[in-house]
Every structure is written in structure tokens, then in C-alpha cells.
Design a protein around this ligand. Sequence first.
Ligand code: GDP
Ligand code: MG
Length: 425
Amino acid sequence: MLTAVVGINWGDEGKGRMVDLLSADYDIVCRYQGGNNAGHTVINDYGKIVLNLLPSGISREGTVNVMGNGMVIDLEHLVHEIQSLRDKGIHIGPDNLKISDKAVICLPWHKMQDIMEEERLKDKKFGSTRRGIGPVYADKYMKKAIRMGDLFAPDKLPEKVADLTEWKNLTVAGGYGHEPIDVDEIMAWLEKYGKPFADYVCDTTVYLTDAVKAGKSVMFEAQLGALRDIDFGIYPYTSASTTLAAYAPIGSGVPQLKLDESIGIMKAYSSCVGEGPFTCELFGAEGDSLREAGGEYGAATGRPRRVGGFDVVASRYGALVQGCTYIALTKLDVLSYLKQIPVCVAYELDGKRIDCFPSDIDELEAAKPVYEYLPGFNCDISNCRSVEDLPKEALDYIRYIEKAVNCPIKYVSVGAEREAYIKMF
Ligand code: GDP
Ligand code: MG
């Protein structure tokens, strides 16, 4: 079984917790894009864990975790993330973590460039996570990147790093007027944070192809959501990578394999980090109560997230481009405090009602939400574990969304803990 678990919205839908839960049935969990701009919060037997780079199957004994070629890896961050999980008693070694030799290293200069550019943009900034993700993907496509495999070619690495440092200084020192980067510092950084991974780096094409041939099942874990996809999202307010299910086999190392299913993770309301159009945004007291109820503060950055009601237009589009087989609806319990649930049922553009997600950023920025209110369940549902346990209004809300996005909802989560969920069928 090859399954992708992907975000339908703007990210932070609860992919990490669903992968942590559903990975019980899989032998391998593979992250296939993005870097440590992701923040996945998982609550299980080890307590509360925040994952940025590691796949969310990392705390399951017997599960092998793969970091694919589509990822960009800040080695210093990875070393610290691994240490913080080991401190909680989680085993991480070459037996349960494999890193693609083709994954690109996110260097200190990428982070630097990200920060310098956001500072330069001032009030025109993109709301970057400042983790270097945009710059490192740009360098990958400029073919000016260092990949994990390069670390273990000692005869070639120094020259490569020297050439790239010289090139990067044209921007860092020449363009931004920053102090030039010292090649020895970069070599020392690679030595310190890269060398520990010698036994983890492998050709994931060989590893995964053999594993699948031997009957192993693989779950592919995405970071961010459909609306942040570099091509199909709200460009330029997107991430720099492909967040879609269709990219999962490519970003993992097995482009020859086809997915059996794609599980879309969709939130019972909306949230968005950073700048850019967010049509369904709720402001004032209505927004504040929802943010509080949902604890909507970024796991990677701590930034307050923008919030809104469930967005039918955006979510239907997200489910379409993710090719969802079915959906896991998350955080339904957050809406418990509401007597009436706000739902953005359509957009209004130039006085006309539209149901289709605009691909033009100017149209999207001009679009206004059309809100309707559905009856709230207005009671605690966090202990519900079956369809029968759910109050009628909660079930009606689930059925309404299912119909609106045209995809069956298989799971509903009602709390952050691993077992706080309902299987609908
Ligand atoms: P991801 O980036 O998609 O993995 O999602 P995040 O982990 O960034 O954000 C989801 C947040 O919601 C985390 O803090 C989770 O612990 C929390 N969460 C996940 N599912 C539920 C749920 O069903 N109910 C509640 N109340 N919180 C949840
Ligand atoms: Mg997140």
C-alpha cells in the first residue's frame, strides 16, 4: 500500500498527528518535500513532540523513516531535533532513519539570505519563516547546491564548497553588503553537523524500491498544504516546493511507483500563517475567540496564525488538486464553543458570486467571503469515539462539508491526543 498524507488547506491542518496515528499500519514513513519551516505537533506516549524535519513516524518502534530527495535539510537543525527526541527516550539510528543522498543541504547562508531579503522588503515582506527555504530551493534549481551525498566525497567537497562560497558572496557581500562568508566556517559547519549522518545517507530509490518489492507499505508525508504549493497555490505567497500528493513518489526517490491512495487532511475551520490573500479571514472578537479555541500559534515560529471559518471554495480546490481518496477532518472539537458555526460558502468578486478558487492572485486578493452560519453543537465532543457519540449538529456539519468538497470524510479528530478521533466508515 502506498499512501500520501497531504494538506488540503494552507498548512497546519494536523498532518503530523494523523501520520502519527495512521502510520501504525505502515512499515515506512517518508517525508518528500520542504524543510524545517514545517512544524508538526504530535502527542503520543512520549508526550508532546514537535517535528520540523523528521517524518512523523519517528516515534513508532519498527517504523523506518525516510527523508527524501525532495527535501532541503538544515543539518544543524536536524542534529538538535534528533537530540531533543532522544532526550525524550525515542530511538533514532541508521536502522530507523534513512536520508536521501540527493536531498539538498540548507546552509547557514540560505537562512542568512532569507532574513536579509525579508528585512530589505520591509512592509512588502512575504512572511517567510526565515529558515532559508526559498533561497535553498532557488539554488537547487540553479544547480548550485550541496547534496547529502557530497558530504561523503572528501576529495571533491572542499573545492565545491570554495566555488559555491565565492559565488554566494557575490550576493551576500556584493549585493546585500554583508560581511563575506568564510569558506572555512562553512567547511567546519558541514564537518560538525554533516559527518554524524554518514551511516544514515543512502540511495532511497534503491532502498524504497526493494522495500516495496518485498511487500512493505509506505506512507508519504507532506508538509504544508495544497494552497502553498509552488505551482497550484497562492503564488507568490506559496512555499518553494511542491506540496501535492502527485509529487510524493518523486520527492521520495521512487518516481516509477503510483500511489494507491491520497488522504487529505482538512481542518474544520481555516488558519493561515504569514502574508497573502486569505479570503475567509475572520477579524475582531470572532477571530480572536477562534484563534484562542484552536491554539493557533505556529509550531515552528510561535507566530499567531490568521484564522477563518471553513472555506468551501478553497477546500474543494485543495481536495481536487490533491486527488484525495478520502479526507480526515481535524480539530472539530475546537468549534465546541460556538452556537453557530461560520462557513465561507462562496466568494464574491466584482459583485458576482463565485464558487471556483481564483488562480489569479489579484482576483483572489479582491475576492470577499460570503458567510453563512450553520447550527453549532455547542458542547464538548472531545470524548466522542464513534459516529453514534456525536451530537446531531456535529454530524450534520461533517455531512455538509463532505458534500461541499465532494469527497468522503473517513476520520474526524476531536482532540490532539493520538486516540482522540472517530472513524466514520
Ligand atoms: P501540521 O503542520 O499539519 O502537522 O499541523 P500542526 O501540528 O502544525 O498544527 C496542528 C495543531 O493542532 C497541533 O498543535 C496539534 O497538536 C493540534 N491538533 C491536531 N489535531 C487536533 C484535534 O483534533 N483537536 C485539537 N484541539 N487539536 C488538534
Ligand atoms: Mg504545522
